[in-house]
Write a protein that binds this ligand. Structure first.
Ligand code: IMP
Length: 193
């Protein structure tokens, strides 16, 4: 099986990706420290995931896996979407982004707070070929934060089938079973074997 270099430098995400792929025969290598971050200039998750994967292939000569995730809130016409990481501005923390989201939804009814996480995983090979897979998780945005697991928007995202819990109130294993990234990576593993 080809080893893949992982594009992400976010330790939470790398941990999740390794946990999800560990039961499949996929070898993941950490991103070498000399590879710089890529500017995510694409207007879709697919474009950004491919930009990151190709940058890594170019820098290392190895096959690469990169993901790009966005939170799409219906009442906000799909925002924050591809700008999820920088929603409250360049360099914004997870806390800042969640605060901005809760403020914008302050007057939105619980029934109208539907949202979707989309995760696109891109795979690129030194021979110039590539493909993408996607995973989606449907849920609602809670009115207040709950839980201390996970990262990003986890404290305010309640998956539809979670009996009212946010992703941050689930164990890592439970989150991986239902999450957008879990779904995308299992779809990826099926394509690789
Ligand atoms: P990235 O594309 O994975 O860098 O994610 C973009 C933004 O979405 C960042 O603000 C992340 O914190 C957030 N994000 C990505 N994945 C998740 C997740 O599984 N739960 C909560 N937030 C996430």
């Amino acid at each position: 099986m080809t080893p893949f270099v992982l594009a992400s430098a976010n330790p939470h995400k790398v941990q999740e990706m390794r946990a999800i792929l560990q039961s499949f025969d996929v070898e993941l290598l950490a991103r070498p420290t000399y590879v710089p971050d890529v500017d995510e200039t694409g207007v879709t998750l697919e474009e950004n995931a491919l930009l990151k994967a190709w940058a890594l292939v170019d820098a290392t000569g190895s096959a690469a896996i990169a993901d790009d995730t966005g939170l799409f809130v219906d009442a906000l016409e799909g925002r924050p979407g591809v700008r999820s990481a920088r929603y409250a501005g360049d360099g914004a923390s997870d806390h800042d982004n969640v605060t901005k989201l809760l403020d914008e939804l302050a007057h939105v009814d619980p029934a109208e707070r539907t949202a979707h996480f989309r995760c696109v995983v891109a795979v690129a090979y030194p021979d110039g070929t590539s493909f993408c897979v996607e995973g989606v998780l449907d849920g609602v945005i809670a009115e207040v934060r709950g839980g201390d697991q996970g990262f990003g928007y986890d404290p305010v995202f309640r998956p539809l089938a979670s009996r009212g819990r946010t992703l941050a109130e689930m164990s890592p294993a439970e989150k991986n079973e239902v999450s957008h990234r879990g779904r995308a990576l299992r779809a990826l593993a099926e394509k690789l074997v």
